[in-house]
Design a protein around this ligand. Structure first.
Ligand SMILES: O=C(CO)COP(=O)(O)O
Length: 246
């Protein structure tokens, strides 16, 4: 059984003071048996946390990167700048970036190629809107997102985050997650052949201390991408605990 991976996406939250306090509380409370743990603070906290987490079991991730190594891209951060700081994962194509920054599947795919080339593990997010699910178009949407966002030879992590479950407190039901995971696995195998059988898939969307154990026990769920609950040390530690037991 492979170790689960729990990723905390802090989104646009965290001053130096809060970030420091949060990681100190996490480090003090980690259980003896651990899943893989990744924390993705905003860019501004990466250097501080790289230092704090250097000799810890918590890996560092970023929430986005540019596809170029350097150049005239005001406001952007390159994969090489992230690896330079000791970052090892990067979330790409989160629905908030797709919606607020107009990121398309193609952009996400180019970023995933660049990230992997720099040595980062890309965590590529896909997910349907509530309207798409209600009208029965969710599998088509997810299928297109997989085809468009994942590069050839993809060896990163796929995160399924239904948009209607993000930040709403309404996680997808176990049946919805199970059925979707089955579909995603089939699509990955269709696209990547044998390699698609072992690509890791995370679930994200209102994962919390209460529902983590049941979600993480579902077939093909290799871990969770956690937003709000990753900002609370106690809640995130409970999710880590649930992953150790899964
Ligand atoms: O978007 C998410 C993680 O990337 C999920 O956010 P919530 O856990 O706050 O629903």
């Amino acid at each position: 059984m492979t170790r689960q991976i729990i990723v905390g996406n802090w989104k646009m939250n965290g001053t130096s003071r809060d970030s420091q306090a949060l990681v100190e509380a996490l480090l003090a409370g980690l259980p003896a048996s651990l899943p893989d743990i990744v924390t993705c603070p905003p860019f501004t906290q990466l250097a501080l946390l790289a230092d704090k987490l250097k000799v810890s079991p918590i890996a560092l991730g970023a929430q986005d990167c540019h596809k170029a190594t350097s150049g005239a891209h005001t406001g952007d951060i390159s994969p090489a700048m992230l690896t330079d700081l000791g970052v090892s994962y990067v979330i790409l194509g989160h629905s908030e970036r797709r919606q607020e920054h107009g990121e398309l599947d193609e952009t996400v795919r180019e970023k995933a190629v660049a990230a992997a080339k720099a040595g980062l593990t890309p965590i590529v997010c896909i997910g349907e809107t509530e309207d798409q699910r209600e009208s029965g178009e969710h599998f088509d949407t997810l299928g297109w997102q997989i085809k468009g966002s994942l590069p050839d030879n993809f060896s990163g992590i796929l995160a399924y985050e239904p948009i209607w479950a993000i930040g709403t407190g309404r996680a997808a039901t176990e049946d919805e997650i199970a059925e979707t995971m089955k579909f995603l696995r089939e699509e990955l195998v269709r696209q990547f052949g044998e390699a698609g059988k072992t690509l890791r898939i995370l679930y994200g969307g209102s994962v919390n201390a209460k529902n983590a154990a049941s979600i993480l026990s579902l077939t093909d769920v290799a871990g969770a991408l956690v937003g709000g609950a990753s900002l609370n040390a106690e809640a995130f530690l409970s999710i880590i605990g649930a992953a150790s037991a899964a």
